[in-house]
Design a binder for this molecule. Structure first.
Ligand SMILES: CC(C)(COP(=O)(O)OP(=O)(O)OC[C@H]1O[C@@H](n2cnc3c(N)ncnc32)[C@H](O)[C@@H]1OP(=O)(O)O)[C@@H](O)C(=O)NCCC(=O)NCCS
Length: 164
């Protein structure tokens, strides 16, 4: 379990946010957030599989009894990839994204991974600011990686196992 660490005045109180493993009942809510966040969402069955209790690479943020965000990671050899990451639109700007990203970095560091990668739309100002604040640096570009609209992805990386 982790808590939001923002010092902003509108930040979620540190004892109010829980980050926990998802269960089967969470799949519908995760898909709802996914569709609200991305023009090219993952399909519903991906969230059913992530919430079936057999995997440890998806964690959800819960506030006031409601799931408000999630991260999904992938592990490949000694690397980790932030495969998906979102906060529900109505819950943004409260430090939840920061808390989830901090949780992801700590979790994959605990698995002994050495490098963390992620892809992000180059127009995604909010995510880019957050990733840079956590020490991610641009290491590449994937042309036309995204659809709806077509857009390049920036590939970012940072060492695993330390914060910021
Ligand atoms: C990116 C996202 C997860 C941030 O979640 P959030 O809960 O609003 O983020 P936080 O409140 O924890 O903000 C943390 C930092 O992110 C950055 N940030 C967040 N929203 C921002 C905005 N609208 N503009 C610029 N920077 C922003 C800031 O650096 C902020 O730190 P600060 O409050 O000290 O300025 C959220 O906007 C989101 O879900 N977006 C849609 C899905 C998405 O793009 N996921 C990433 C895919 S690569």
């Amino acid at each position: 379990m982790s808590a939001a660490g923002s010092s902003e005045s509108d930040a979620v109180p540190t004892d109010a946010l829980t980050i926990r493993a998802p269960g089967p009942d969470d799949a519908g809510r995760l898909f709802e957030i996914e569709r609200a966040c991305f023009p090219d969402p993952w399909p519903a069955h991906s969230f059913v599989e992530l919430c079936d209790g057999s995997r440890s690479d998806c964690w959800v943020a819960e506030l006031g009894g409601r799931v408000v965000g999630y991260w999904v990671g992938r592990r490949v050899q000694d690397e980790a990839d932030l495969a998906n990451f979102a906060v529900a639109p109505e819950s943004r700007g409260k430090g939840i994204g920061r808390a989830l990203l901090d949780d992801f970095i700590k979790t994959v560091g605990g698995y002994g991974r050495t490098v963390i990668y992620l892809e992000v739309r180059e127009s995604n100002v909010a995510a880019l600011a957050l990733y840079r604040a956590f020490g991610f640096e641009e290491v590449g570009r994937r042309k036309a990686y995204y659809t709806k609209p077509t857009e390049d992805a920036l590939v970012m990386a940072r060492p695993a196992g330390r914060k910021g």
